[in-house]
Design a protein around this ligand. Structure first.
Ligand code: COA
Length: 382
């Protein structure tokens, strides 16, 4: 019998500030229902000047280390598409803040919103070879588009960390997966830009096409029948996208798929906004926290990263998952509201550059702080 491997623990972190999308709608003269109903978004997390992907990622991972220790972790994967350096991985910064052992590899992975799933699968491979080891995965992103564009209300920020382990308490990941890669210019971020370039309508079509192709590959490789999948967790750049994905799967398979099979997974993303690589796993966090009938059920996951790579995979929830719930709601409630004017100020100040030394004072109540630039290098405070 092969060793079950999967997600043993999972934890979410987000920013210190939040913008109510009703305020953004009022400021831009848009009907608030377009955001609330049309996009399925209520709020978006806004990073303070002392926050970035490293501070959020480390904050997400710390509770996991406090619960399980550091001794078995020999790999840290950091998945992001909003990297802070072209060479040094965000994983190395996080490794120090988290006081992980030196005998540990630390690497960053990138493929738009998909990379955390690549990290999960690579982590499973490492644990399969050495079942005594654990792999820490951090997915952390800041979704930033130009202001006064259609994409502006689909920004957000957040991080999810999870521990890949043998005999997982939360979700055992099954071996059959379906994958699809297609070269498409639906979304990207050039090296000289802090905001992403996006063709929104094309990205929706590319996502749905990637989904059906990954699903077909999954089925061709012996994946479970649609009736054997009790819940779905679709990637959520905005939560209405999960509704579109769910409807497409129902049409594609010809099977009636009620909305209650995915809806619980949208609770955190509605309030956090897009967190790119973390978004799918924030969906899982919401599902595990909000659904009391998951024990022994199979969840179908659709991971999509523009550009594009798609993967459909499944996992079976452990019998005692309710004992391991982490309740991210309190973190979302703790964010401090900001005005549209303040959010726009923070947005405009996002590009610091590295040519001048800058000292950033702690401002938000985050656990770790970005402290600025010295000697062209990024500095962090615990
Ligand atoms: N009440 C309720 N719904 C409303 C509404 C109102 N007053 N006004 C508009 N809507 C609905 C529209 O009918 C539409 O619904 P539909 O998707 O079922 O057609 C939805 O709100 C969005 O409005 P629309 O005008 O079509 O889109 P947009 O031009 O504002 O752009 C995105 C929406 C998603 C394309 C844009 O926000 C974007 O580019 N986001 C970033 C890219 C992204 O996240 N892509 C996802 C795949 S990775």
């Amino acid at each position: 019998m092969t060793t079950p491997i999967g997600i043993h623990d999972l934890s979410l972190a987000t920013t210190g500030y939040v913008l109510d999308l009703a305020d953004l709608a009022a400021a831009t003269g848009v009907d608030p229902d377009k955001y609330r109903i049309g996009l399925g978004q209520d709020e978006m997390s806004v990073p303070g000047p002392d926050e970035d992907i490293v501070t959020m990622g480390a904050a997400a991972a710390l509770p996991i280390l406090e619960r399980h220790g550091r001794d078995r972790i020999r790999t840290l994967f950091f998945a992001t598409e909003s990297g802070v350096d072209q060479s040094k991985s965000a994983a190395v910064f996080a490794h120090r803040l988290l006081e992980l052992p030196a005998a540990c590899r630390a690497v960053e992975l990138k493929q738009a919103c998909y990379a955390a799933t690549a990290a999960l699968q690579a982590g499973i491979g490492i644990v399969a070879r050495n079942p005594g080891e654990q792999v820490l995965v951090i997915a952390s992103d800041i979704a930033r588009y130009e202001v006064d564009t259609a994409a502006e209300p689909t920004q957000g920020a957040g991080a999810v960390a999870f521990l890949v382990s043998a005999d997982p308490a939360l979700v055992e990941i099954e071996p059959v997966v379906g994958v699809d890669t297609a070269d498409v210019d639906d979304f990207w971020r050039p090296n000289d830009s802090v905001t992403a370039v996006v063709d929104g309508k094309l990205s929706i079509d590319a996502y749905l096409d990637g989904f059906t192709a990954a699903w077909d590959d999954y089925r061709a490789r012996g994946g479970a029948d649609i009736d054997a999948i009790g819940r779905f967790c679709h990637h959520q750049p905005f939560t209405r996208m999960a509704a579109k994905a769910h409807r497409r799967l129902a049409e594609h398979t010809g099977v009636d798929l009620p909305a209650d099979r995915y809806e619980t997974s949208t609770a955190y993303n509605r309030r956090m906004g897009n967190s790119y690589t973390a978004s799918l796993y924030a969906g899982l966090a919401a599902l595990l926290d909000g659904d009391d009938n998951l024990a022994g059920r199979r969840i179908g996951f659709l991971s999509y990263g523009s550009g594009s790579v798609s993967e459909f995979f499944t996992g079976v929830v452990g019998p005692d998952y309710r004992e391991h719930r982490r309740g991210a709601q309190a973190q979302l409630d703790a964010r401090e509201p900001v005005s549209v004017a303040r959010y726009r100020e923070l947005h405009a100040a996002a590009h610091l550059g590295s040519t001048h030394d800058v000292e950033i004072a702690p401002e938000t109540r985050t656990r770790f702080h970005f402290a600025g630039i010295r000697g062209r290098a990024r500095r962090y405070r615990s």
